[in-house]
Design a protein around this ligand. Structure first.
Ligand code: TPP
Length: 364
């Protein structure tokens, strides 16, 4: 009969051996908790974003899309993993690199492409373009070009969620460059002070336009900037969709439970220039090629096939469907009408004409 001390020792070593044989990974946990269909759905979203944006680049070159165009190519795992945790009552605010977040939120790519073409059938009736579109039916509030400005708007909506007890969470996306502006600090301070349900997702792609992270920020571990406000924060691998889903899922639950905001720094990389017009003199082709060899979409595809979640043939068929869907979005956008002249007056740009407005005589 073992002694008490011997039993305790055996228990301890049993626990240790269980722990050492536990090979749980984001992949194995996802397999258990999500199942094959949802794991493939994450792949579908990432690939749809990739192919949609490659088509956007082509359409920009052909002058079908005007203005500025900022592509999310290379960063898909962050947006898809993060947004997969949201519920319909939740809200998204993002910057000008916004197509990926919109697609992950489930915006239809036909009105999205039409929006980029400036057409009347666009999700913002052609008035927003690439950087400023929104879809209120999905609580997708845009698309903001003024770096850092939308963080304050997100915090405002989070305050509304808290006061109206909607159980909603606000997810705000921005780049590493945005964390140097005053709005970032105001937003973090107020959100933490009021314990607002916000998840701040900094997509650290290592550059603000052509300026490398270590040249534009005195603190290069962005998550540490939250420490100044006693805010919970974490740096994660933004290129692994399942790990992003898990880590940001925990942050969303934390915020939803009323404990306050979280700042996530997702390490990622953009394969294309800052915008479609960027000549990229600030980084070498070799660096970009090296990163491209670790493409998050390709890596996830291999994981799905090697892990027996989907066959290569099934994913090839899905890719072909996605290509057709993207072609259809171009047809839809091309055939859609441009906005008529009434857009000058009827689209919420101006308030009601003065002759129909009533003026309180006491204030004149
Ligand atoms: C207030 C403000 N300042 C400067 C600019 C010009 N600008 C546009 S994008 C950008 C870089 C932002 O980089 P980052 O936040 O890292 O996002 P990323 O483009 O890398 O996703 C700058 C400085 C701007 N749009 N708004």
């Amino acid at each position: 009969m073992p002694t008490r001390r011997g039993t305790a020792k055996a228990e301890k070593s049993a626990q240790q051996s269980v722990r050492s044989t536990m090979t749980s990974t984001p992949f194995s946990r996802a397999r258990e908790q999500l199942g094959a269909d949802q794991m493939v759905e994450l792949y579908r979203q990432m690939m749809l974003i990739r192919r949609f944006e490659e088509k956007c680049q082509e359409m920009y070159t052909r002058s079908k899309i005007g203005g500025f165009l900022h592509l999310y190519v290379g960063e898909e795992a962050t947006g898809v993993g993060a947004i997969s945790n949201l519920q319909p009552q939740d809200h998204i605010f993002t910057h000008y690199r916004d197509h990926g977040h919109a697609i992950a939120r489930g915006l239809d790519i036909n009105p999205l492409m039409a929006e980029l073409f400036g057409k009347d059938t666009g999700c913002s009736r052609g008035m927003g373009g690439s950087m400023h579109f929104a879809d209120h039916t999905k609580n997708f509030w845009g698309g903001y070009a003024i770096v850092g400005s939308h963080l304050l708007l997100g915090v405002g909506v989070a305050l509304a969620c808290q006061m109206q007890k909607t159980n909603g969470v606000v997810m705000v996306f921005f780049g590493d460059g945005a964390t140097n502006g005053g709005e970032f600090y105001e937003s973090l301070n107020f959100a933490q002070l009021w314990k607002l349900p916000v998840v701040f997702v900094c997509e650290n792609n290592l550059y603000a336009m052509g300026t490398p992270l270590e040249v534009h920020s005195s603190v290069t571990e962005i998550y540490r900037k939250a420490h100044a406000f006693d805010m919970k924060s974490q740096r994660i691998d933004g290129n692994d969709v399942l790990s992003v889903r898990e880590e940001i899922g925990a942050a969303v639950e934390y915020a939803r439970s009323g404990q306050g905001p979280v700042l996530i720094e997702a390490m990622t990389y953009r394969f294309r220039g800052h915008s479609a017009q960027d000549t990229q003199k600030y980084r070498s082709k070799e660096d970009v090629e090296k990163r491209r060899s670790q493409d998050p979409v390709e890596i996830y595809r291999r994981e799905l096939v090697d892990g027996g979640v989907a066959t290569a043939a099934a994913l090839d068929a899905l890719d072909a469907q996605i290509d057709e869907q993207v072609e259809e979005s171009v047809r839809f956008a091309d055939e859609s009408p441009v906005p008529g002249n009434e857009w000058l007056t009827d689209r919420g740009i101006y308030a009601a004409p003065l002759e129909t407005a009533t003026v309180d005589p006491d204030i004149i």
